[in-house]
Write a protein that binds this ligand. Structure first.
Ligand code: AMP
Length: 282
């Protein structure tokens, strides 16, 4: 084990900014202006290596870095058995099969015998083999969506998030091979400080999905209000100077907040505050 743990992260592309935001939200202090290769964290024994997103699995697999952040699709494509230590809930996309809008295929099974162009040839080949659908995989490193128009393939397998690239290229999805998001991967031997990094990043991800809600409530309405707050176990109930009132604090899902506010008020809650949660360790 080297003195400093090494975490490989994307040096450009769509995972770069959300990855830097995650590390900063976890409280790591580092300088990312010189993103050429490595940045030393000022407040934790960690070196951040900036490398190409598609090289990260290899860096971690070969032990050049103990941990890395990349897309689940790239780990699947590599076929390497790295440990996924956390799902990071950004960079969400799916690997879809698509055909020209006027093609007859409606489902993945209809691609039997088709030539399928993709920049994920290894995963695509594995997927269709495992599903007993014989296809010819045509490996391409880019511009996959133009392959059918150029006569290179009958269908493609490519990453989609909004679907607009497919639409612009006259393609229609016929099914999903894989759902992907950014993940934290680790070398199987990584422990000690690596576990601390996992805990910190997981705490940020968990905190982002929750809100801390505080309110005042008539004591008489307490059981109704408690029933509205699933949260993390039971809410905290604190006495107030007025004996007929209490303060109620609870952790709720960020998505639930809008639905909850009206119901809490209707139940008698007042002075409702909703606060972000920086880190949450359940
Ligand atoms: P980059 O090519 O460096 O921008 O990073 C591409 C990675 O971002 C992919 O391997 C995916 O893990 C992720 N990603 C998320 N949404 C998309 C999308 N719509 N198209 C391509 N990649 C995506």
């Amino acid at each position: 084990m080297t003195a400093h743990l090494r975490l490989a992260v994307p040096n450009k592309g769509r995972l770069l900014e959300p990855t830097l935001a995650l590390l900063r939200d976890a409280g790591l202090v580092f300088d990312a202006r010189e993103r050429s290769l490595v940045s030393h964290c000022e407040n934790f024994p960690l070196d951040i290596l900036f490398v190409r997103t598609e090289d990260i699995v290899e860096f971690v697999g070969d032990g050049v870095a103990e941990m890395g952040i990349t897309g689940a699709n790239l780990l699947a494509e590599s076929g390497r058995g790295l440990e996924v230590r956390a799902s990071l809930h950004y960079g969400r996309c799916h690997l879809d099969a698509a055909v020209p809008v006027d093609a007859p295929a409606q489902r993945l099974e209809d691609l039997s015998g088709a030539r399928v162009a993709t920049s994920h040839p290894s995963y695509t080949g594995r997927f269709f083999r495992e599903h007993g659908i014989p296809v010819d995989v045509v490996p391409l490193s880019g511009a996959v969506e133009v392959a059918p128009r150029m006569g290179l393939a009958d269908a493609i397998v490519d990453l989609v998030s909004t679907g607009s690239t497919m639409l612009v290229n006259g393609l229609r999805s016929v099914g999903t091979l894989l759902s992907s998001e950014a993940i934290l991967v680790a070398n199987p031997g990584a422990d000690g400080p690596a576990t601390e990094v996992v805990t910190m990043l997981q705490a940020v991800v968990d905190g982002r999905e929750r809100r801390y809600v505080m309110m005042n409530a008539p004591l008489a309405a307490l059981s109704e209000i408690e029933a509205l707050l699933p949260g993390l176990g039971s809410p905290s109930v604190l006495p107030l100077a007025r004996p007929d009132m209490v303060a109620v604090h609870a952790v709720v899902g960020a998505d639930e907040v809008w639905g909850l506010l009206g119901r809490l008020r209707a139940a008698g809650a007042s002075g409702i505050l909703v606060l972000p949660i920086e880190l949450l360790v359940p």
